[in-house]
Ligand binder design. Structure first.
Ligand code: C2E
Ligand code: MG
Ligand code: MG
Ligand code: MG
Length: 286
């Protein structure tokens, strides 16, 4: 009897696994067609200076509007895009779209700010990455100082020396680099010192713990101090409350990003927000 229960459980497990695998396969097929069907768009989230309140930049975040499933979150499809290598054409589309949009905003008279684009580890390991970035800048006409790339510590897992070389090549183009989700990865402080980067982004999990009751601010405080001693800029991610904003400001954090200022917005809505925040005198003068 015990044996048959074991077998039944296994069959249940197996059919659940098959169902999951089949679903992923279906989603992968849809993902493959999503680019040509024009189902992606970018949302932009402002990055704001903690002392002046001005927009200093924005992060471009991909959105997938699936015809039947509705909105599919990047947390779900980006890992799948990496597994299937579809992240290569999708990532190129993201970079191209973000650069073209930023250039269009500059041409329309908005104060020029930097757009940050996320790169996945697999993208970062592509031998033609730097050539691809260069091509996108040339085709869109965006100046390199207005592009920033966000990478996570995981890009260095396979070959640190090679990753550092690629970072140097990106810097040589005049493009800045941020370490995203900082504090959640594995990179040693020894490597961090060698990375040619300009910005650390404090992971939102640490910001989430900074509540009025807990005041759990030890890690953000340490990251801010360390970043500044390495001459890096610090951005806090996922800032949702005034209390978090205040604690970060008191500790000298440079910039913040989060729902307190704005959710990531489609381009047209971002434009309206852009008008409403300080720092647009240049636009008014035009
Ligand atoms: P990330 O790069 O760390 O992006 C920050 C995530 O936090 C975004 O989720 C953003 O919408 C969310 N967020 C921003 N402010 C707040 C807040 O105040 N509270 C909370 N709870 N969340 C906030 P999103 O857009 O779902 O993206 C998730 C992840 O997917 C990104 O994390 C990034 O790793 C990846 N991703 C998104 N777009 C791209 C892309 O174009 N290419 C690549 N390779 N990855 C992307
Ligand atoms: Mg990011
Ligand atoms: Mg992040
Ligand atoms: Mg993340």
């Amino acid at each position: 009897h015990a044996k048959s229960i074991g077998r039944n459980n296994y069959q249940l497990f197996e059919s659940a696994m098959n169902k999951r695998a089949a679903e992923r396969l279906l989603l992968a097929g849809d993902l493959r067609r999503a680019l040509e069907r024009d189902e992606f768009f970018l949302a932009y989230q402002p990055q704001v200076c903690l002392t002046s309140g001005r927009i200093t930049g924005m992060e471009a975040l991909i959105r997938w509007q699936h015809p039947e499933r509705g909105f599919v979150s990047p947390g779900e499809f980006i890992p799948l895009a990496e597994e299937t290598k579809l992240i290569i054409p999708i990532g190129e589309w993201v970079l191209y779209t973000a650069c073209r949009q930023n250039k269009a905003w500059q041409d329309a008279g908005f104060t020029p700010v930097c757009v940050s684009v996320n790169l996945s580890a697999f993208q970062f390991g592509q031998p033609n990455l730097v050539a691809m970035i260069k091509k996108v800048l040339e085709e869109t006409g965006l100046e390199p100082q207005y592009l920033n790339l966000e990478i996570t510590e995981s890009i260095t897992m396979n070959n640190v020396e090679r990753a550092i070389n690629t970072m140097h090549e990106i810097n040589d183009l005049g493009i800045g680099i941020s370490i995203d989700d900082f504090g959640t990865g594995y990179s040693s402080l020894n490597y961090l010192k060698k990375f040619p980067i300009q910005t650390l982004k404090i992971d939102q999990s640490f910001v989430r713990d900074m509540t009025e009751e807990h005041q759990d601010v030890a890690i953000p405080t340490a990251i801010i101090a360390m970043a500044h001693s390495l001459n890096l800029k610090v951005i806090a991610e996922g800032v949702e409350t005034e209390v978090q904003q205040q604690m970060l400001r008191e500790r000298g954090c440079d910039e913040m990003q989060g729902y307190l200022i704005s959710r990531p917005l489609p381009a047209l809505e971002f434009e309206k927000l852009f008008h409403s925040l300080p720092g647009q005198e240049q636009l008014l003068a035009n």
